[in-house]
Design a protein around this ligand. Structure first.
Ligand SMILES: Nc1ncnc2c1ncn2[C@@H]1O[C@H](COP(=O)(O)OP(=O)(O)OP(=O)(O)O)[C@@H](O)[C@H]1O
Ligand SMILES: [Mg+2]
Length: 280
C-alpha cells in the first residue's frame, strides 16, 4: 500500500473552548500507481486530508502511513500541487522547476537536464526563459506539475489543480495528466469539486460527506483508457454519484438558504459539466 489512513480524526479549536470536528474516522488506502480522487461538499475536509498526508498538519488521532512508514512531517516522497500553482514570480520557468532540485543539492547541469525533461513532458520545452506573468493559467499549472514531477515523488497530491482554469484548458490538461500518469506510473491523490473530472481521471472516487467529513462511498471507475467523458460507464456513474450527493448538498444548502430550499440534481446535469462550484 502506498498511502494508508486508519481511523483518522481531526478537530480544530475554534475560539476559546469550542472544538470544530472536521474529519471523522477517515479510513482508506491507495495502492501504488493508483489514481484516486476525493470529491465532496465545500468545507468537508478534503484539503485537510491532503495536508495531513503531505505532513503539513497532524491528526488529532489515527494513523497515516506512506510506504508503510508513519507520516511525521513533510518529505520528498510526497509533493503537492495547489490550485494556484504557487510559482515564484521573480523566477523564470526553468528556475522555478530547478529550484527544488538545487535544494536537493543536485548540480546545476543535472537539475537543468531533469527540468527540461519535466517541461517537455508538459509541452513547455520552449518556455524555459518565460516568467510566470507571461504565461496563461493553464501554462502556469503545467509548470507547477513539471516542478512536482522532477522531484520524482512517490505520491503526487493535487488540490483542485485545474479549478481556476477555463473548460477547454481543463480538458486539455485532463488529457495531459492522464498521459503523464500512464508514463510515470505515479500514485496520485486528486481533489476536485467536479464530478466528471473525478470520473474521467480516476481509478477510484471517494465521496465524502459534509463536515465532519467521512468517506461516504467509494466508486470504482471501470471505463477503458484513454478516458472519454461521454463514455457510457462514466455517464452512468455520474448519475449514481449525483444521487449520493443530493443528500449532502441539501445539507449544505439548507445551512446557507434555510429549510425552504431543496436541491434537485436534474437541474444540475444540464448545467455545466457537473461542477458544483462551492456547493459540492
Ligand atoms: N487551520 C485551520 N484552523 C481552523 N479551522 C480550519 C483550519 N483548516 C481548515 N479548517 C476548517 O476545516 C473545515 C474543512 O476545511 P478544508 O479546507 O479541509 O475543506 P475542503 O473540503 O477542502 O473545502 P473546499 O472544497 O472549499 O476547498 C472548514 O470548516 C475549515 O474552515
Ligand atoms: Mg479545499
Amino acid at each position: 500500500m502506498k498511502v494508508d489512513l486508519k481511523n483518522v480524526n481531526k478537530s480544530f479549536t475554534k475560539g476559546k473552548n469550542e472544538i470544530l470536528p472536521v474529519l471523522q474516522d477517515i479510513d482508506f488506502s491507495i495502492e501504488a500507481g493508483e489514481f484516486v480522487s476525493l470529491l465532496g461538499p465545500s468545507g468537508c475536509g478534503k484539503s485537510t486530508i491532503l495536508k495531513l498526508i503531505a505532513g503539513l498538519s497532524h491528526p488529532s488521532s489515527g494513523k497515516l502511513k506512506v510506504n508503510d512508514t508513519p507520516i511525521t512531517g513533510p518529505g520528498t516522497d510526497r509533493v503537492v500541487v495547489f490550485q494556484e500553482g504557487g510559482l515564484f514570480p521573480w523566477m523564470t520557468v526553468l528556475e522555478n522547476v530547478t529550484y527544488g532540485l538545487k535544494i536537493k543539492k543536485m548540480s546545476k547541469a543535472e537539475a537543468e537536464e531533469k527540468a527540461m525533461d519535466g517541461l517537455r513532458m508538459v509541452h513547455l520545452g520552449n518556455f524555459t526563459g518565460a516568467y510566470p506573468h507571461e504565461l496563461s493559467g493553464g501554462m502556469k499549472q503545467r509548470v507547477a506539475i513539471a516542478r512536482a514531477l522532477v522531484m520524482d515523488p512517490d505520491v503526487l497530491l493535487m488540490d483542485e489543480p485545474f479549478a481556476a482554469l477555463d473548460e477547454q484548458t481543463r480538458l486539455v490538461l485532463h488529457q495531459e495528466l492522464q498521459d503523464i500518469w500512464e508514463k510515470t506510473g505515479k500514485t496520485i491523490l486528486f481533489i476536485t469539486h467536479n464530478i466528471r473530472e473525478a470520473l474521467t481521471l480516476s481509478d477510484r472516487v471517494l465521496l465524502m460527506s459534509t463536515r465532519p467529513g467521512t468517506i461516504k462511498k467509494s466508486f470504482t471507475v471501470q471505463a477503458s483508457r484513454p478516458r472519454n467523458p461521454s463514455d457510457s460507464v462514466i455517464v452512468d456513474l455520474e448519475k449514481r454519484v449525483m444521487a449520493e450527493l443530493e443528500e449532502e448538498m441539501n445539507k449544505v444548502l439548507k445551512e446557507e438558504f434555510g429549510d425552504d430550499y431543496r436541491f434537485k440534481t436534474d437541474n444540475v446535469r444540464d448545467r455545466d459539466h457537473s461542477d458544483m462550484g462551492s456547493h459540492i
